[in-house]
Design a binder for this molecule. Structure first.
Ligand code: BMA
Length: 297
């Protein structure tokens, strides 16, 4: 594992009111020779919006938007669109994110789902599809769609505290068979809560699944598991130790200390590039050889 020596790769911009305070967790699309990122940004009003940036080599940002490309549009997300995760499926990009509204000083959040064509994203035409609530009124987050139908069904992982759960759909409208697939582990770094990180990666061995785990001390770390290729509810292997934990200054100190949190990754050759928000303040990168993330033979 190697943290990029140029971390953080993306930081806030004081002259952009919508992203003047902090930028962090980013959805990733790697299409051929470019990595596209939609990142969570917060400005003076503390509302999360999404910004867009690209990098050709995966590490050095070569373009970023002046304006947010996705902003709250309805009452249920009036206080923020957080933690996007992108999936290419059936030739369309689907984006799950957390819709936040604060009511009587209480955070109400739920998963929201929208879509955009690859062409529109790449050409920076922000013509998003309808926003839907797959589980209206249900307090869940960390939604991510698998990049392939399984048994003809669309598969989503999401988090109903404290476990990672599955849900299925035929049409992206109705979701059913919600059940826990990955619980927390007692006496472990992932004892309090777990949630998906970026989009699962399909390998011959199964689905490579990176997730975050939270300890009782509220330290956010990343872990890895291998899920059955034909039934991702079956966990074939789950690493005992985290694959990333807060060590560097930029991970230990910031708006929310001791956090590494990922919403996206890219498999380039045999390397997995993990994009992660550090201390809920900046966006960073860590790179792994694929073999490091798989069970030892
Ligand atoms: C989660 C989300 C993430 C954040 C993490 C750590 O609940 O809000 O966006 O990175 O907490 O604060």
């Amino acid at each position: 594992m190697k943290r990029f020596e140029g971390n953080p790769i993306l930081t806030s911009v004081a002259s952009h009111p919508w992203e003047s305070r902090r930028i962090f967790n980013a959805a990733i699309l790697h299409n051929g020779n470019r990595v596209h990122m939609l990142y969570r940004a917060m400005g003076d009003d503390a509302i999360s919006r999404l910004g867009y940036a690209t990098t050709q080599d995966g590490y050095h940002i070569d373009w970023r938007s002046h304006n947010p490309v996705f902003v709250p549009a309805t009452d249920v997300e009036k206080d923020g669109c957080e933690d996007p995760r992108l999936t290419l499926l059936d030739d369309k990009l689907y984006m799950c994110y957390t819709a936040l509204s604060v009511v009587d000083n209480q955070d109400k959040y739920q998963i929201s789902l929208t879509s955009i064509s690859v062409d529109d994203l790449v050409r920076r035409r922000w013509t998003w599809g309808e926003r839907q609530l797959p589980f209206p009124g249900i307090r869940n987050k960390d939604g991510v769609i698998f990049p392939k139908r399984i048994d003809g069904k669309v598969v989503m992982f999401h988090r109903l505290e404290p476990d990672i759960c599955a849900a299925y759909s035929a049409d992206f409208q109705h979701w059913y068979d919600v059940r826990s697939v990955m619980p927390t582990r007692t006496k472990s770094w992932d004892c309090w809560k777990v949630g998906a990180a970026g989009t699962p990666i399909e390998l011959n061995e199964g689905w490579l699944f990176i997730y975050h785990g939270v300890s009782y001390e509220k330290v956010y770390r990343l872990g890895v598991a291998l899920l059955d290729r034909y039934n991702p509810e079956i966990i074939r292997w789950r690493a005992d130790q985290p694959i990333l934990e807060p060590v560097e200054e930029y991970e230990k100190f910031g708006k929310v200390p001791n956090v590494v949190f990922s919403c996206g990754n890219a498999l380039i050759d045999d390397r997995v590039i993990v994009y992660y928000g550090a201390a809920d303040s900046v966006l960073c990168v860590a790179t792994y050889d694929l073999s490091e993330l798989l069970p030892k033979k």
